[in-house]
Design a protein around this ligand. Structure first.
Ligand code: FAD
Ligand code: NAD
Length: 509
């Protein structure tokens, strides 16, 4: 499948030749990293063979270009000659060939819909399809096509009213359970965008406002009736004749997966060391943004690197592990904390590390399929984390220990290479002392001879020792996150040990 490069330099022999989303990566020849591809696209070489012309491509013409040495693929109505890209594709030539000579939109969306292929492949653009492509543009599917006529009643509705000083946009979601975490609002200049998540669907209000508003906005939720209010302050106390002009996605209700990612620029306010190679980045959301990242969700960061947009996923954490589990903590709504390992030859993390305090970076709206109810119905919670795979466990720990009283045990089994790599070791040990339901165990794959704890990599025998139901029939949830081989092996061993798929949750993109 068309798996446009989510990552770059991994050495050919590196275990990192595995796609973040769980797809196998193949060794690439030297000189075929993402950075090498970016260089080639900037070289001025004619990559399409059309000397800069753009053409209209018929279905028949597209189908002719179905060989490795002559391969065209259509994504969202645009046709790319991906022949020169073959050797650079992290998923391998065979994956790319699955879409050769056809519309690869669905295949692309299944794996990495967040990857900015428009930017990566812009020099490979052959032209547009002459006829409408089979897959519709993301974010623009007509309502009926997605929902079916009978589901139309579920579509939220929207209204607005004003006072002398304010504008209130009211959205009736027709949902009995609504909360602030399901609502994201951005006001960039006069462009207002509100997105509400209703199960696996997304409703968007998107308007070019009639007049200017002040920077700060408020969001009120009437949880039980499912009403959401977005309150804007007028800049001038004048009467508005209309709310504004509807923009492209206004009043659309489509599957979340079909909605394009929306970004806002966040300011880097601090960067602190966690270990020798990992830092905690604190990003400040604009005042005119209302956004919450729920437990188990990740965001995408976007940077322009050598003139190309590069996007990578990261999982927000808390500024520190809360030791006082009385109330949900650190949800000021204004900051996003990211714990990020800086790889010495990492394309994205090197650029991140070079950001200065006060610089801005684009952050997407959150995504992720973890459901809190999975924890709320469990008695034993096991968290298997490897390296920065610890990041989703931070909010999960906070949630489990603060809000889930039915949990009898919460155990973190944390795999790292060496002692120096253990993230927040002190905090975890303090937490274990303070909270009797919580236990932490560190397992090192490359320990020094002084290490007296457990060692090795994930294995069936190790898991049978450390993951045990507290009672014979207790309900367990096992969450796993780390390098893809770690996660995949972990799932297999757990299944072999008799845990059901419903008892296992893996964090992936
Ligand atoms: P690249 O240029 O792609 O690779 C350069 C070198 O970095 C490789 O040779 C390899 O040694 C190393 N490397 C690259 N990718 C990985 C990898 N995935 N695993 C191990 N080594 C790698 N990372 C965090 O630090 N914190 C997070 O909170 C976080 N959350 C994530 C959430 C999701 C859903 C996913 C899928 C990944 C997450 N990652 C996180 C990993 C992150 O998205 C990038 O893959 C990572 O930052 C490397 O990017 P890079 O461009 O610097 O490295
Ligand atoms: P690392 O290289 O420091 O390895 C940490 C531990 O993982 C090792 O000690 C070992 O026990 C285990 N491990 C590593 N490679 C393995 C393999 N091939 N087979 C079995 N076990 C293995 O890890 P890192 O550099 O911190 O990487 C963390 C990974 O977690 C990255 O791949 C990152 O993409 C992923 N991650 C995913 C999410 C998510 O939500 N999906 C969030 C954060 C991080």
């Amino acid at each position: 499948m068309l798996n446009v490069p989510p990552q770059a330099f991994p050495a050919p022999s590196s275990q990192q030749r595995v796609a973040a989303g769980g797809r196998a990566k193949v060794p690439l020849k030297p000189g075929r990293s993402l950075m090498d591809w970016i260089r080639l696209t900037k070289s001025g070489k004619d990559l399409t063979g059309l000397k800069g012309r753009l053409i209209e491509v018929t279905g028949d013409e597209l189908a002719k270009h179905n060989k490795k040495e002559d391969c065209w693929i259509c994504i969202r109505g645009f046709v790319y000659n991906v022949t020169p890209y073959m050797e650079y594709h992290p998923g391998g030539e065979d994956e790319l060939m699955k879409a050769a000579g056809t519309d690869g939109t669905d295949l692309f969306d299944q794996v990495h819909r967040w990857v900015n292929y428009e930017s990566m492949l812009k020099e490979c653009l052959v032209g547009r399809m002459a006829v409408k492509p089979i897959a519709a543009p993301k974010g623009m599917l007509p309502e009926k096509k997605v929902l079916g006529a009978s589901a139309k009643d579920l579509t939220p509705s929207c209204d607005w009213f004003q006072t002398d000083s304010s504008i209130t946009i009211v959205i009736y979601t027709k949902q009995k359970v609504m909360n602030a975490e399901l609502v994201t609002v951005d006001c960039q200049g006069k462009q207002l965008r509100g997105e509400i998540i209703v199960d696996d669907h997304s409703y968007v209000v998107e308007v070019d406002l009639d007049h200017a508003v002040q920077e700060d906005l408020a969001v009120n939720i009437a949880e039980k009736v499912g009403k959401v209010e977005i309150i804007l302050k007028k800049k001038d106390n004048i009467h508005w004749k209309m709310l504004g002009q509807p923009l492209e996605s206004h009043n659309t209700f489509i599957k979340r997966m079909d909605r394009g990612l929306f970004y806002r620029k966040c300011k880097l306010v601090s960067k602190t060391e966690v270990t020798h190679d990992t830092k905690l980045f604190c990003l400040m959301l604009p005042k005119s943004t209302h956004l919450h990242v729920r437990t188990g969700q990740h965001v995408y960061l976007k940077q322009i690197i050598a003139g190309t947009e590069v996007v990578k996923p990261y999982t927000p954490v808390l500024p520190f592990l809360p030791l006082d589990f009385k109330e949900p903590s650190h949800r000021d709504g204004a900051h996003i904390y990211l714990m990020i390992k800086i790889y010495s030859c990492g394309l994205f993390t090197q650029a991140l590390d070079h950001l200065q305090i006060g610089d801005y970076i684009s952050v997407s709206s959150p995504e992720g399929n973890f459901k809190k109810s999975q924890v709320q119905t469990s008695e034993d919670l096991f968290l298997l984390a490897a390296g920065t795979g610890f990041t989703p466990m931070v909010k999960l720990l906070d949630f489990a220990l603060t809000e889930v009283s039915c949990l009898r045990t919460v155990k973190l089994i944390f795999f790292n290479k060496t002692e120096d790599d253990i993230l927040w070791r002190n905090q975890l040990e303090q937490l274990a002392l303070k909270e009797e339901r919580f236990e932490v165990q560190f397992i090192l794959s490359q320990p020094t001879k002084d290490w007296v704890g457990k060692q090795g990599k994930i294995s069936s025998s190790l898991l049978s020792e450390v993951v045990k139901r507290s009672r014979r029939d207790s309900k367990v949830l096992i969450c796993i996150c780390g390098p893809t081989p770690f996660t995949e092996q972990g799932v297999q061993y757990l299944k072999d040990l008799g845990y059901s798929p419903e008892e296992i949750h893996t964090f992936t993109a």
